[in-house]
Write a protein that binds this ligand. Structure first.
Ligand code: AQP
Length: 327
């Protein structure tokens, strides 16, 4: 079975973009692939976060992932910070990457824009992400569109490392869904739905109650020409709604567009489809909350499985680059 790897930050409540762009595909990949999924707590340190809150979020994110359908018997679910090799390989890769290529990362530009003081970790974040992927010899990386540039960097660093030090790292391929890969904020359809940007009305949370979903979708920004048509450039708000309906009902945006004349009807259909899509996740999450005592043991077991793979890749990389081994 080919290996897949993906990660998610414990940086806030999971939303529809995380579910459609990533989690749904993670769940689907569990049986056909040797799947490794990590909660990337080290990445969450790149922005300001309260220590106690980070610990709680990391724990609760594990519950959210289980509710979304991950099954620790069919995949390896672990916390990045529990496997020391992530930081160790990241250093070898920092000594492979260049300042110029990190400066080109659009996510760094967006998140550092207008700030007087920017953490070094925010700058080197994509290198740590490359280490996350390369440590597991992942052949496929299922992510949303926002990660395309980071993934390309991971590929480039693997190729460069192999070129300099001999064949060591597996060069991964990205796997980006054709629809649902870039769910936009309902209030600001020009930007992606995100955990770390506050937009309460524009963000449909994975665990939102049905009436909340209906309220947010009804208030979604559209435009004034009142024509239901799929055209992401000219009609970003309406097109986002059509994509959501298409992905929730297994159709295409252009096809679903043909069934609606009015924005109001489209919004009700979108809300109903999302409520049904997320209902089982919300129900499983409520059941899991009552049984959260099992999470630490489950994550410990996941970390052990992850370490067994990561330690081998790290040792191979350290040797290739010329570090003297401990024995
Ligand atoms: N809006 C989105 N549409 C589709 N996929 C998305 N993903 C994130 N947002 C969207 C995918 O979800 C996975 C986890 O990514 P993340 O933890 O980085 O999610 P985030 O919500 O984007 O969180 P942050 O904290 O705001 O992080 P930034 O903005 O730094 O990414 C990934 O596969 C991602 O593609």
């Amino acid at each position: 079975m080919s290996r897949v790897l993906s990660g998610l930050q414990p940086s806030g409540d999971l939303h529809l973009g995380n579910y459609l762009g990533a989690l749904r595909n993670w769940v689907a990949d569990q049986d056909a692939h040797d799947a490794f999924y990590c909660i990337v707590d080290l990445h969450a340190l790149t922005l300001d976060v309260d220590p106690a809150e980070l610990r709680t979020r990391t724990h609760d994110t594990a519950l959210d992932l289980l509710a979304a359908g991950l099954d620790p018997d069919r995949c390896t679910l672990f916390v990045q910070g529990h496997v020391a090799e992530h930081a160790r390989l990241a250093w070898l890769l920092e000594c492979t990457a260049t300042m110029g290529e990190l400066r080109r990362m659009t996510q760094f530009k967006d998140k550092s824009a207008g700030k007087d003081s920017v953490r070094v970790g925010l700058f080197t974040y994509p290198v740590l992400q490359a280490a996350d992927i390369l440590l597991y010899d992942a052949e496929r990386v299922p992510v949303g569109e926002d990660q395309r540039q980071h993934l390309e960097l991971a590929r480039e660093l693997a190729i460069r490392f192999n070129h300099r030090y001999g064949p060591t790292l597996v060069v991964p391929e990205g796997s980006i869904p054709t629809i649902g890969a870039r769910v936009m904020d309902l209030q600001h359809p020009e930007r992606k739905m995100s955990k770390s940007v506050s937009s309460p009305l524009g963000t449909v949370l994975m665990l939102d109650e049905p009436d909340e979903i209906l309220r947010k979708v009804k208030k979604a920004v559209t435009d004034t020409d009142n024509e239901v048509r799929y055209d992401p450039e000219a009609k970003p708000g309406v097109s986002n709604l059509l994509e959501l309906l298409a992905v929730a009902t297994g159709s295409t945006p252009a096809t679903v567009a043909g069934s609606y004349q009015r924005y109001g009807d489209l919004k009700v259909a979108v809300a109903e489809a999302l409520i049904e899509l997320l209902r089982p996740v919300r129900e499983r999450r409520a059941a899991l909350a009552a049984d959260s005592g099992t999470v630490p043991a489950l994550l410990a077991k996941g970390a052990e499985k992850a370490r067994a793979v990561a330690s081998v890749t790290y040792a191979r990389s350290a040797e290739a680059i010329g570090l003297l081994g401990p024995d």
